[in-house]
Write a protein that binds this ligand. Structure first.
Ligand code: COA
Length: 260
């Protein structure tokens, strides 16, 4: 896959997507959002890819936000379209992928950058990372799902404060808030992502995709998470992975999942 603003690498079951506009602190312009959509779609459709890591290039930023230079002159209609298109192509798209996506937050994750990290299934940060939703300092609000996903992850009160103050939190605070699962040095970030991926890949990718659907259901309007869990749980019983997983357990051996 050839792109201008992102790098995509694949090794065995693991794909790494790197947002690659370091001079602009990896800010998300329209072209980058479209490329990310295309890359995630292709990787999700590739049965050999079992885990996707997402990070930013350079040592300073994961993503410093949506590209402010692109929307500074937008009208009300343009603004609404920007948020809707971005959510559809990237943020909701990533959250609902059946392949696990882990954000490796290697520096600033601000505005759309934090929103992108929050759309991933979970997050690991390096100790230099700084996170926040500074949109109100620009006279706007988070538009890529930040007003919804931040309170889901850290609670309403802390989310209100972070959005109202347009402040930044450091990696340790983010871990304390439950926004990231681990904090490591920048050198340890990719190895830890790979280590967690190696644990995920031992399990049924079909079951994992159904778990993603069930967990996400609890956060969707008009969808009953418990009902979704019942449906996805039941559907597992019709999969080859379920037969292999349970048979392997009873035969006291490691499963070899066909991932079907
Ligand atoms: N959109 C567009 N360009 C951005 C950007 C963004 N969100 N964030 C950084 N950049 C660009 C800067 O304009 C600068 O470009 P230039 O060298 O052509 O002038 C380059 O990236 C480097 O950023 P700079 O501000 O010089 O780095 P810094 O170390 O002084 O500050 C930040 C780092 C992250 C604190 C600062 O860049 C910043 O506040 N960025 C905007 C964050 C934001 O509000 N995001 C939400 C957007 S909705």
């Amino acid at each position: 896959m050839e792109f201008e603003n992102i790098l995509v690498a694949k090794q065995d079951y693991l794909a790494t997507v790197t947002i690659n506009r370091p001079k602009k602190l990896n800010a998300l312009n329209k072209a980058t959002i479209e490329e990310l959509h295309n890359a995630f779609k292709a990787l999700n459709d590739d049965a050999s890819v079992k885990v996707i890591l997402l990070t930013g290039s350079g040592e300073k930023a994961f993503v410093a936000g949506a590209d402010i230079s692109e929307f500074a002159h937008f009208s009300v209609e343009d603004g609404g379209r920007l948020a809707a298109k971005g959510q559809e192509l990237l943020f909701d798209f990533v959250e609902n992928l059946s392949t696990p996506v882990i954000a490796l937050v290697n520096g600033f994750a601000l505005g759309g950058g934090l929103e992108l990290a929050m759309a991933c299934h979970f997050r690991i940060a390096s100790d230099n990372a700084r996170m926040g939703l500074p949109e109100t300092s620009l006279g706007v609000i988070p538009g890529y799902g930040g007003t919804q996903r931040l309170p889901q992850l850290i609670g309403k009160g802390k989310a209100m404060e972070l959005v109202m103050t347009a402040g930044m939190i450091n990696a340790e605070e983010a871990k304390e808030y439950g926004l990231v699962n681990y904090v490591v040095t920048q050198e340890e970030l990719l190895p830890l992502g790979e280590k967690i991926a190696s644990k995920i890949v031992r399990n049924s990718s079909v079951a994992i995709s159904k778990a993603i659907t069930a967990i996400n259901s609890g956060f969707k309007d008009g969808v009953n998470g418990y009902e979704s869990e019942i449906n996805e749980f039941g559907a597992c019983f019709g999969t080859e992975d379920f037969k292999e997983g349970t048979t392997a357990f009873l035969e006291k051996r490691k499963p070899d999942f066909p991932n079907k």
